[in-house]
Every structure is written in structure tokens, then in C-alpha cells.
Design a protein around this ligand. Sequence first.
Ligand code: AMP
Ligand code: MG
Length: 339
Amino acid sequence: MQTQLVQADSVGLQQAAHLLQQGEVVAIPTETVYGLAADATNGQAVKKIFAAKGRPQDNPLIVHIDSIDMWKTLVKEVTADALALAKAFWPGPLTIILPHSGSAAPEVCAGLDTIAVRMPSHPVARAIITQSGLPLAAPSANLSGSPSPTEARYVLEDMEGRIPLIVEGGSCEVGVESTVVTLAGEQPVLLRPGYITKEQLEAVLQKEVLVAGAVTQMLKADEIAASPGMKYKHYAPKAQVTILQASGKDYCDYLNKHAEQGVAALCYEEDVPYLKVPYVVYGKQEDAASQAKELFSALRHLDEMGAKEVYARCPATEGVALAVYNRLLRAAAFRVVQL
Ligand code: AMP
Ligand code: MG
């Protein structure tokens, strides 16, 4: 299959909408990361997403919508809490899980009785949903296991020959996947941290939001993931990544002492003057949004550099930084060392 990369002009958007209506898979930009989209009501189309990514069938997909009316077709009921979150954060990087109505293809929900839905804010994603008239199932547009793509060229790297079309939309503003919250149980639970924080959700809901254990801890062998995609190693570059919990000074000292062939630092901008090893920067120390925005492209840069062993500065674990920590933990297969 030939993969075409097109601009998001009227011709490109029309081509994307047309392919989606025909049951094909198209990579589209969103404000979080690039998504691999297909008609969420067409099981054959959704199966092509799993095939293109090499994604396990038990990992459900997020459905992207452009209106509350479209949401209502997908879920049993839009509850008061769900509507309050939608009013506060949509369009934007928040995914809400509710019991499903059965109108999406079963492959989307991977056998669960719930469905994850989000209204993206990226104008190109919105235009493609509207022009196709379809709710779009869309996981991140990377090969399963590798870092999510925040630029069209990274989508091409992973998806060339696997899908017919990629729509160019520049680099993604947020840079990490959406916050995922489930409202399908007794209490709201944060399943995946993102740009919208637990504290922001609590302020709107006026109640506590629990955090799933898998956000910061490795699942035990017999434990079932509430969010199947949050299992073990994920988002990983080819290099082995280790997170170092240390002050900036101790971190740089450690790296300079281990300046062997293939060793590289994944560091903050502030560390650069003190490092004598190859490095890739992921944002500024006190600016979690900049870390989120740069993390996935930084992981891909490390591969391009040929890094074999990467030592990462440890992000904070609150607010937006929790999203960064959560992704980096999986890129490091939970290898964290305290200096
Ligand atoms: P991705 O599509 O790569 O952004 O990943 C979507 C995330 O949402 C994965 O972690 C999925 O396991 C999770 N997810 C999607 N639908 C559901 C659902 N119905 N219940 C729980 N988690 C879900
Ligand atoms: Mg993904």
C-alpha cells in the first residue's frame, strides 16, 4: 500500500473524509497526539486500526466526536457528571468513559460494556469528523509499544505502507494522550493522567476522583487492568531507559561518571550546561506542560541518535507532571533508581 501525506487543505480534508466513509484508516492530527482514525460504527474498518498498529485486540479505542448529539448515540446515558465535565473541558484533551449503547462496533470496546469518548479541539480533527459525519475510533498513530507520534513525520515512520493517508497538522500542542476518567462506576476514577488534571476534574465534579493504581505502579501478574492500554512497557524507544530520582546536580554528576559509548541523557533544559554526555532535552524543570509537549519526540530523537542506554531526569508526580511521569515510567518499563 502507498501512504500519501497530504496538507490539511480542502482537498486533503475531503480525501480523508471520503476514505473514512469507505471504511479505510486515516492518520489525523489532534491536540494531544496524532490519531489513527476509522469509522467507529464499522467493525471491518476498526479491525484495520488494530492491524496497522499491531495492537492487541483486548485494548479498547477512544471514539472522537464533534457534538453532544453524537455522544448520545454512543452511550446509554449522558449523566449529569459527564455533562458537567464535557461543558468544562470539551472540546479538549479529556476522555470520558460511560456504559455504551451498543451502536459502536464491538471491536471499539474490546468486549467491555463501556465506551471511551472525547471531543477533540484540533480544528483539523474536528473538520474531518464533521465532513465524514462519523464518530471516529482513533488510538495514537504509532506502532503498538512505540512512543506516540506528535508530528506527521513520526506517523510516516511507523505507518508507511500500512495506511493510505496521513493528514499533516504540524506538531501537537499537548503532546501526551488525553486524560481518561471513568464515570461508569460508583466513584469517578482517573485511569490515565493527562493535560486535564485530577484536581481540575474534582473542582468541576465537587467530589473526589480516585487514581487507578496502574497510573504509577506496575500491575501484579494476576491483576486486571481497568484501562487495558495501561499495562506494562509502552511508549518505549529502542534504548533501555532508566529514570533517576535525584537532584539536578547528582543527576548530572552520575551521567558524567557514566559517559560510556551509547549512554545518553534525557534531561531538562537547565541540565544542559552541566552535562558532558550526549543528551536530548524534554522541557523545562518547572514547566510540566513543556515536558509533556516534548517527551515523545525526545524519545524518538534518542533512537535517531543511536542511544543504547538512557538516563532520564525524574518528573514530578502532581498535576500535568503526573502525565509525564506515567508515560516515562512505561518507556522505562518501571526502572526507577534513587541516587
Ligand atoms: P490510545 O487509544 O492509544 O490513546 O489508548 C486509549 C486508552 O484508553 C487505553 O489505555 C485504553 O485501554 C483506554 N480505554 C479505552 N476505552 C476504554 C474503556 N471502555 N474502559 C477503560 N479503558 C478504556
Ligand atoms: Mg497509544
